[in-house]
Design a protein around this ligand. Structure first.
Ligand code: PLP
Length: 358
């Protein structure tokens, strides 16, 4: 492979070399069709096979049954911020949102276009450097409770979610398939693909069938979960190549195994947090170990000069993508499933070298 750089970008994120090679082959010629995956008809038998295999793999990896439908929709994460309230929230209804980070807050803003929002906990006042306390009482009248399992920008992540008494909806864009997890707890799960699961423009949606009977608004088919299920995600010209790359990722995840992926993710996070905590130049953004993300690791340098110097050293060493989000500054190292333990070790060695020389 000719990947020359270690890419710690938060999204679009690094893909495994084998997946890139398979995708490259498919761009030249898809199986024995004589044409490229980029030219493959969305209503032909080959794409139907891609859809069916990907749906089966999602169910297998999530250990969920036929009470769920699996969709590949366009528009990424934000389209789901929109579709959720469009489908399940009408004027006069209330939905609960946990305000645990930038994306959680944006999902909440989108919800407010359609109904009342009840904030069920927030860590906004401390710039989301910890998870909000879990709500002690969740009112039964809420149409749903929306949570974000991993907060990509600030680097916090839930390690457990209590059972709830209203439909539970989760944005898992940045930690889906990163660990053993009880997906059966959720009524709707969504994930923009460009973090752990492929390329931009595709979102995976896993929706419990009985949620489809709760759709309360009259919507054009493209925005209606039930119509999308009915059309098997091929309502309009689908993102054929994007879904195919997600299928390649799902096969890669299955082959590696969720247990091995989780072990590697734990290992990577431990190596990096240890280096940050032992450092005199760097400080972890999230101090509570129980709230720390194993996917996005955020930290700051003691001053701006140190920050820029370290970024420059990384660039010289072909390590890219560790600037913090434009809203936070500092550093963010995204160590999704595709990132190898060796890449994290390389970064940590460079941090130590930098510290010794400064
Ligand atoms: C990246 C991200 C999004 C936004 O996805 P877009 O596809 O850019 O709209 C939403 N939620 C989370 C948790 C994310 O990490």
């Amino acid at each position: 492979m000719n990947q020359e750089k270690i890419n710690f970008n938060a999204g679009p994120a690094a893909l495994p070399a084998t997946v890139l090679q398979q995708a490259a082959n498919a761009v030249l010629k898809y199986k024995n069709t004589g044409i490229s995956i980029l030219e493959l008809p969305h209503r032909g038998p080959e794409f139907l096979e891609i859809i069916e295999e990907s749906k089966a793999l999602v169910k297998e990896l999530c250990e969920i049954g036929d009470d769920y439908d699996v969709l590949w929709l366009q528009g990424g994460g934000r389209m789901q911020f929109s579709m959720i309230p469009m489908n399940f929230l009408s004027t006069g209804d209330t939905a609960g949102y946990i305000d645990s980070g930038h994306w959680a807050a944006e999902a909440m803003e989108y919800g407010a276009y359609y109904g009342q929002i009840q904030v069920m906990g927030s860590s906004r006042a401390t710039h989301y450097n910890h998870l909000p306390e879990w709500p002690s009482d969740i009112p039964n009248h809420l149409k749903y409770l929306h949570i974000t399992t991993n907060n990509t920008i600030y680097g916090t992540q839930y390690s457990d979610i209590p059972k709830v008494n209203v439909p539970l909806i989760a944005d898992m864009s940045s930690d889906i398939f990163s660990r053993k997890w009880d997906y059966n707890r959720y009524d709707l799960i969504y994930a923009a693909a460009q973090k752990n699961l492929g390329t931009p423009g595709v979102a995976l949606v896993i929706v419990k069938k009985d949620m489809l009977s709760r759709i309360s608004n009259h919507l054009p088919p493209m925005l209606n979960y039930k119509a999308q299920v009915h059309e098997n995600s091929i309502l309009n010209t689908a993102n054929v190549s994007g879904v195919y790359i997600s299928l390649l990722m799902l096969r890669w995840i299955k082959e590696k195994g969720i247990a091995n992926i989780e072990a590697d993710n734990n290992n990577k996070a431990e190596i990096l947090y240890k280096a940050i905590d032992e450092s005199k130049l760097f400080t972890g953004y999230v101090q509570n170990p129980a709230h720390r993300s194993k996917m996005n690791i955020c930290f700051t340098a003691k001053d701006k000069e140190t920050e820029l110097a370290f970024l420059e050293l990384c660039a010289e060493n072909n390590i890219i993508g560790l600037q913090g989000h434009r809203s936070t500054g500092g550093f963010r190292v995204s160590i999704y499933n595709s990132i190898e333990v060796a890449s994290v070790r390389t970064l940590v060695e460079l941090m130590k070298k930098f510290e010794t020389n400064s």
